[in-house]
Ligand binder design. Structure first.
Ligand SMILES: Cc1ncc(C[n+]2csc(CCOP(=O)(O)OP(=O)(O)O)c2C)c(N)n1
Ligand SMILES: [Mg+2]
Length: 612
């Protein structure tokens, strides 16, 4: 079959499917793209030729920013439990390098996305082409090489013959639950348009089985032995529980053996908040209940977690515990010198079933009691009369029943992790692997595309909004309805607090005019974010107190259009942090307050463990 490389690629992608537990779905649901000279005549022509509307074999979606396209693909793929994703096509040069942040986010969160940046001519006949980086040391270096470290598979298609094997490798990595992440096929612009005689079988329907590996018997026996000897076990549920759709198994396991369950950011919602042994969020942004249990546990059962520093409180949290690590990736299962159980989370929980073993009744009772106290703490935090951030989140939490909350960076992820009452695994979508400002709206768009039946509540800080608000226009274009809660506190509340706590005096964290002193200490910036959102095509409502926020959210929910609710919050603390985070403080300073902070830092440092 004689087709261009781009036509063959599009035809191939439309024939790829995944299968898990007997259900089949498209692997590549569509192609997000921004065209330039590096892809318009290749991929652009190929998409147009097959009819690029939503009923096409590979539907095309115009986005506003290439980084945002990857966020949208990630939001989509995560919501679909990594079984379906999007491709992203870009031009060469800046269009391609705009992908880098999105690719890093995808790879760190282990979410499949297919990136198709254009690349400079393979033939080099016209070099240097517009936007080409000329590396005097080597002509085969292009700006796309910046995607190598953030991609789980990277290839450059310099000749048509290379395409089939590259495509198969790319699909294998996308659908491998242990390996997956950003997959990049760099496509030189001349090669995209080049014709070749392809074998028919390249375009046959292919179904990629998404594996649920079972534990190795010997490893399972060791894990069961460890479990049976434990009296004070504590589960740390990570994103892997959700990816594997293991939530119900986990809830049943915890209830049957009376094991408290704590959750990471990616794992939050793995068990419903009112499960009898749900001890809530763990780590630096965790609940007092979970963190107290973590300090007293004799065995930590990590399931599908990467053990980020937020989870382990920078390795200070699990004072005397051994680790049993259930993970599909050996890389993660090996962390903290744990007993490795390399397997799919659901398979592992079934296999691990320890019969009549239970946690010590006193331990289970303590977990219940601590959790009850923590629920009362949430009630208090949600219950104020002023529109502080916790009060605002309580109101959104109530409005979002059955909906999804999306967030990524700033002070909200911490408060959400502590406070949000998640009732199902899909309800809580906080991107905290890369915690990327700008993920919120673009990622939320992907969530809504994947779950159109659910109300999607995007919580976005003013800082994140100013960094990447433009995908509101894409949501409007697609008739995709989002409720965007734009939380305005005139700058970086999160980094402001952190800055103060590490002796950096809140430098550069407030959105103020440069004042007469030459410092950024003048009046608040006269930026009208509500008007900005309206200009992008959204309906806009404003809320100044708890009552008007409730009314605005009800209106936004009732509307069929993307609605931005602009909220100004007042400073007001949520529950205190009960676990540390290692952010190194200046070792020397003329300022006595910095020296005091440094002394406290060194005290915490002594609690840090290597887990050997
Ligand atoms: C792309 C990116 N740049 C910088 C950071 C570091 N950072 C984390 S939170 C934050 C401020 C976020 O401000 P805003 O969205 O207004 O949220 P707030 O802290 O006010 O709640 C910054 C700069 C980041 N996470 N992502
Ligand atoms: Mg802010």
């Amino acid at each position: 079959m004689r087709l261009t490389v781009a036509q063959a690629l599009v035809r191939f992608l439309a024939q790829q499917w995944t299968e898990r537990d007997g259900a089949e779905q498209r692997l590549i649901a569509g192609c997000l793209g921004i065209f330039g000279h590096g892809n318009v005549a290749g991929i652009g022509q190929a998409l147009a030729e097959q009819g690029a509307g939503t009923h096409a074999a590979l539907p095309y979606y115009l986005a506003r920013n290439e980084q945002a396209m990857v966020h949208t693909a990630v939001g989509y793929a995560r919501t679909r439990d990594r079984l379906t994703t999007f491709a992203c096509t870009t031009s060469i040069g800046p269009g391609a390098t705009n992908l880098v942040t999105g690719a890093a986010l995808a790879t760190i969160n282990r979410i499949p996305v297919l990136l198709l940046p254009g690349d400079v001519f393979a033939t080099r006949v016209a070099s240097p082409v517009l936007q080409e980086l000329e590396d005097p040391r080597s002509y085969d270096v292009t700006v796309n090489d910046t995607l190598r470290p953030v991609s789980r598979f990277f290839d450059r298609i310099n000749r048509p013959e290379q395409l089939p094997s590259a495509l198969l490798a790319a699909m294998r990595v996308l659908t491998d639950p242990a390996e997956t992440g950003a997959v990049t096929l760099a496509l030189p612009q001349d090669v995209q348009a080049e014709a070749y005689d392809w074998p028919e079988e390249l375009f046959r329907r292919r179904v990629w089985h998404v594996a649920r590996p079972v534990p190795e018997p010997a490893a399972l026996a060791r894990a069961q032995d460890l479990l049976r000897r434990s009296r004070r076990p504590l589960i740390v549920a990570g994103g892997g529980v959700k990816h594997s759709q293991a939530s119900q198994r986990l809830a049943a396991f915890a209830a049957r053996h009376r094991v408290p369950v704590t959750e990471t950011q990616a794992g939050k919602g793995a068990v419903p908040y009112d499960h009898p042994y749900a001890a809530g969020a763990i780590g630096h942004t965790g609940s007092a209940a979970a963190n107290t249990l973590a300090r007293e546990a004799d065995l930590v059962i990590g399931i599908g977690t990467r053990y980020s520093d937020f989870t382990t409180a920078s390795r200070t949290l699990f004072a005397g515990a051994a680790f049993l690590n259930i993970n599909i990736a050996a890389f993660d299962a090996a962390k903290h010198s744990g007993q490795m159980l390399v397997a799919d989370a659901r398979q592992a929980l079934d296999a691990l079933e320890p019969g009549d073993w239970n946690a010590d009744p006193a331990w289970s009772a303590r977990a219940t009691e601590l959790t009850r106290d923590w629920q009362a703490e949430i009630e208090r935090a949600y219950g104020g009369t002023e529109l502080t951030q916790p009060v605002m989140l309580g109101i959104v939490n109530q409005a979002a029943e059955g909906g999804v909350v999306v967030n990524a960076a700033g002070s909200m992820p911490g408060d959400l992790h502590k406070l949000w009452r998640a009732t199902d695994p899909g309800q809580y979508h906080v991107e905290y692997g890369y915690s990327c400002m700008g993920y919120e709206i673009a990622g939320g768009l992907g969530v809504k595309l994947a779950a159109p039946e659910r109300e999607v509540f995007v919580l976005v800080g003013d800082g994140s909004y100013l960094m990447m608000a433009q995908e509101i226009a894409t949501a409007v274009q697609e008739g995709v309805k989002l409720v965007v809660v734009l939380v305005d506190n005139h700058g970086f509340a999160s980094i402001g607090n952190l800055s103060e706590s590490v002796g950096a005096q809140r430098l550069g964290t407030s959105y103020r005019m440069r004042g007469p002193s030459g410092e950024l200490d003048g009046a608040f910036l006269p930026v009208d974010l509500a008007a900005n959102a309206a200009s992008l095509g959204a309906d806009v409502l404003t809320a100044a107190d708890p009552g008007t926020l409730r009314t605005a959210l009800a209106k936004a929910v009732a509307s069929a259009r993307t609605t931005v609710v602009h909220v100004e919050t007042v400073p007001g603390p949520g529950p205190e942090t009960t676990a540390w985070w290692d952010v190194p403080v200046a070792e020397v300073s003329d300022l006595p307050e910095v020296r005091a902070v440094r002394r406290r830092y060194e005290d915490h440092k002594r609690d840090q463990r290597p887990y050997l």
